[in-house]
Design a protein around this ligand. Structure first.
Ligand SMILES: NC(=O)c1ccc[n+]([C@@H]2O[C@H](COP(=O)([O-])OP(=O)(O)OC[C@H]3O[C@@H](n4cnc5c(N)ncnc54)[C@H](OP(=O)(O)O)[C@@H]3O)[C@@H](O)[C@H]2O)c1
Length: 277
């Protein structure tokens, strides 16, 4: 059996970013450990017995933040002791603008890699375009109606493949230590315009309705979302309404030397794959 000592441990490997990152790294011939609770390599934040086997042979880690902030520094310390010398932490744009009680795991993961003594890079993406076809807004769009409390503030949605391409580049090339990259699409558009773009690409009517934060919270609670999560999501929309990350970020071009994927291109590709049929 060959034992690698230069493998890249990808946490969240079955998720939207992680599975694209695994594919991208493997296509470039890099050895990858694809880890999550249901991944090829078992890794569970809440079961520390899974950590050391996941870290075996890894020299770099793509770090998805844990929910429990206390786990971030513990994991990063264990990883550096196991030989990891490079971290890429997937965070979020605006994380330094939301009240600290929200998304504490992400803030802790950023802090842990900064304090690690290893090379580190932080990726702060905007809202993902793929939330519309692979995640939370998919079912509402298929039913023909999305309702959120965002107002007319535009959002420069980022294509998840761009995040994966940036993560792959940062994990496998030098010059990114200590950098925080803000990742977005090339232009900001309102949610109403995003839904109209999708409706046109899908060739069917889909409506967008504006909600108050109170109406949004009531909808989430009625759908069985825990109150804490509903408040966290409302805090994220409040940060977005304040316009803190409405301007496109420059990270995709800085790292990849090319323009990010535009929302209309994303929508056309997803529609062609039948996302909203
Ligand atoms: N969606 C957005 O618009 C957006 C914007 C900015 C930042 N972000 C951040 O980006 C990250 C999300 O990435 P994503 O969208 O690729 O994720 P995702 O599609 O939601 O998938 C989550 C991944 O984490 C794994 N996972 C869940 N619980 C776990 C646990 N207890 N232990 C180990 N692994 C666990 C899941 O796999 P298993 O179920 O197999 O464990 C899966 O691979 C999150 O930190 C999110 O907050 C998202």
């Amino acid at each position: 059996m060959t034992t690698h000592t230069d493998e890249i441990l990808v946490l969240g490997a079955t998720g939207k970013v992680g599975r694209r990152l695994v594919r991208t790294l493997r296509a470039a011939g890099r050895p990858v450990r694809a880890a999550s609770r249901s991944g090829a390599v078992r890794f569970d934040w809440t079961d520390r017995r899974t950590w050391s086997a996941a870290l075996e042979g890894a020299s770099a880690v793509h770090l998805l933040a844990p929910e429990d902030p206390a786990l971030a520094a513990l994991f990063v310390k264990q990883a550096t002791e196991a030989g990891v010398s490079r971290f890429v932490a997937l965070s979020a744009r605006g994380i330094d603008q939301v009240p600290p009680r929200f998304f504490p795991g992400m803030a802790a993961a950023e802090e842990a890699v900064r304090d690690s003594g290893a090379r580190w890079t932080i990726l702060r993406p905007n809202n993902f375009s793929q939330n519309f076809d692979e995640d939370v807004w998919h079912a509402p769009l298929r039913s023909g109606h999305l309702a959120l409390p965002i107002g007319a503030v535009p959002e420069p949605f980022v294509d998840v493949q761009d995040i994966a391409d940036v993560a792959a580049a940062v994990l496998t090339s030098d010059g990114h230590h200590g950098r925080v990259y803000e990742l977005s699409g090339p232009r900001a558009l309102t949610f109403e315009a995003a839904v109209a773009t999708i409706a046109e690409a899908a060739g069917r009517p889909i409506r967008y309705t504006e909600l108050t934060p109170e109406e949004y919270k009531a909808d989430l609670l009625a759908a069985g979302v825990p109150e804490e999560t509903a408040d966290e999501l409302n805090a994220m929309f409040a940060t977005m309404r304040a316009g803190h990350f409405a301007e496109p970020g420059t990270g995709v071009r800085e790292v990849l030397g090319r323009a990010p994927v535009d929302f209309a291109t994303y929508a056309a590709r997803a529609a062609a794959a039948g996302a909203w049929d």
